[in-house]
Write a protein that binds this ligand. Structure first.
Ligand SMILES: [Zn+2]
Length: 47
């Protein structure tokens, strides 16, 4: 049996960098670590 790497779909918080695998199928509302509702929104760059 060969070893393989299975990649699982997960999410990464743009705020704290936390990565997690959701248990529910629904799109996560908050980052489970920093509780930010903007975890999927990268910080805006200043122009
Ligand atoms: Zn976070």
């Amino acid at each position: 049996m060969a070893e393989i790497k299975i990649q699982v779909k997960g999410y990464k918080c743009e705020r704290c960098g936390h990565e997690w695998i959701p248990r529910k199928k629904e799109y996560p509302i908050l980052c489970p670590k920093c509780k930010s509702a903007y975890w999927d929104k990268p910080k805006k760059k200043r122009n």
